[in-house]
Design a protein around this ligand. Structure first.
Ligand code: ADP
Length: 449
């Protein structure tokens, strides 16, 4: 059964149950009120008889004649003695005489629904009869016209119920249409996206604020995110293969050179081996960096330790400064800064920033560390060429290099800053850049502590 059929049927069923309850309540309330009215009427009629008999008491009047004057047209009056014998029976309907006579001294009114005779009301009260004995005066009256009225009402309600089935069915269909339409649209778009490899979005009615609109919006967001990740991945694979192609081509060309001229020109071998070694190192670095990024992307790879960040920074600065013979000015507001970080990864970030600063500037590099109550800030400033506004936005993208040829010369892969950003993000921190072209750049790190 489709969802549309399920919704239509459920809505119909609920509405039908509701209608049956309403119609049932109408039917039974009407029956109750009508019978009550009949009983009240009979009671008031009987009190007239009682008063009449009381006023005639002691007078020489034929009791049966008096009773005849008051007998209801569709009823019976009986006088019953102690032995349950009917002393007087006045009626025009002989069927009523088959009702058993029962003597009682109390006064009471009841309605009897006899399966053979039908529905009648029975009122009894005690009376002192003409011969002085206490008898029961019984007044019986048919109230089966109530059943006829109820039967008519029953048929009217059943017909009304059948007539109501059409609007109820239409309402069910309407409800299912409202619910199913956006689901179908969602389904179509999902199927089309799956089969055609498209990234089509669902049209959202911005005026509607229902759950289905929310579902569509969530799908669109998810779709957009998958699309972005997909294209990032495609871009990454294409960039990575392009980056690997260059060193492989260089290695191949040197290998061919050795093959062609190695025997005659041994100096070619030395030059080629040097170049092959350089390119192999470059490839190794590239692959290592790609693996680091993949680990960070998977969301694991951090091993937290509480260490002194001032000491760690000093060590990294010392290594860069002595290896590349560059002056780096160190400035800290504390002697020690105990923070919980992955020391190896943070060391990698500091290395990337300081290495870039020395690659893209020639003057003094400044390193500033500030420990605050709930975070630590590090700033690496150089006074080199700087980065223009357009490039500042892309600088953290994978494989992005402002000057490809220059970067290759300096051994850059374009992955350093994206690795640094991923590491800082994994620490819930922020890595930002402020740079004025021609004046230099400052990379700032904030890590929560
Ligand atoms: P690379 O390995 O090429 O240095 P990065 O991701 O570290 O890759 O840097 C990306 C690009 O950003 C570099 O190619 C360079 O053009 C630019 N860049 C990075 N740091 C600096 C800096 N301190 N000054 C000027 N340009 C920089």
């Amino acid at each position: 059964m489709t969802l549309r059929q399920k919704i239509t049927l459920t809505a119909m069923l609920i509405m039908l149950i509701f209608l049956i309850i309403v119609f049932g309540s109408i039917y039974f309330s009407f029956q109750y009120v009508t019978i009550e009215q009949e009983m009240e009427r009979i009671e008031s009629q009987s009190s007239v008889i009682r008063e009449a008999l009381a006023s005639e008491a002691g007078q020489e009047v034929d009791a049966s004649q008096l009773l005849r004057a008051y007998v209801p047209t569709n009823g019976m009056i009986r006088v019953i003695d102690e032995d349950n014998n009917a002393l007087q029976t006045v009626t025009r309907d002989q069927a009523l005489t088959s009702i058993g006579a029962i003597y009682s001294t109390g006064e009471h009114l009841e309605q009897v629904n006899d399966s053979e005779l039908g529905r009648y009301a029975r009122l009894t009260f005690p009376l002192i009869w003409t011969d002085g004995q206490v008898v029961t005066l019984e007044v019986i009256e048919w109230i089966d016209q109530v059943d006829e009225t109820m039967a008519t009402l029953f048929y009217v309600l059943i017909i009304a119920l059948f007539i109501m089935i059409i609007p109820v069915w239409l309402a069910g269909k309407g409800i299912s249409h409202i619910v199913i339409k956006p689901i179908n649209r969602l389904n179509q778009v999902m199927e089309a996206n799956q089969t055609d490899g498209e990234w089509e979005l669902i049209e959202i009615d911005t005026r509607a604020h229902d759950e289905l609109t929310q579902l569509g919006a969530t799908y669109n967001e998810m779709n957009q995110r998958i699309k972005d990740n997909f294209s990032k991945q495609e871009q990454f694979v294409s960039n990575a293969s392009h980056e690997l192609k260059t060193p492989i081509a260089i290695i191949k060309s040197y290998a061919q050179l050795i093959q062609r001229q190695g025997k005659e020109n041994p100096e070619v071998i030395e030059e080629s081996v040097e170049a092959i070694d350089f390119e192999t190192n470059r490839m190794t670095q590239l692959i290592q960096q790609m693996l680091t990024l993949a680990t960070l992307d998977r969301g694991n790879g951090l091993t937290y330790q509480t260490i002194d960040l001032v000491r760690l920074s000093r060590d990294t600065i010392r290594t860069i400064s002595s290896t590349f013979d560059r002056e780096i000015h160190f400035d800290s507001n504390v002697e020690r800064a105990e923070v919980s970080i992955d020391p190896e990864k943070i060391n990698q970030v500091l290395y990337i920033l300081l290495d870039n600063a020395r690659k893209y500037s020639t003057e003094l590099i400044e390193f500033k560390i500030r420990l605050a109550e709930d975070h630590v800030t590090i700033e690496v400033t150089d006074h080199g060429e700087g980065i223009n506004q357009a490039d500042q936005e892309k600088i953290f993208d994978r494989f992005y290099r402002v000057d490809k040829a220059r970067s290759r010369e300096t051994g850059g892969t374009g992955l350093g800053l994206s690795i640094a950003k991923s590491i800082i993000n994994a620490h819930d921190g922020r890595l930002t850049l402020s740079s004025n072209p021609g004046e230099g750049s400052t990379f700032s790190i904030i890590i929560p502590n």
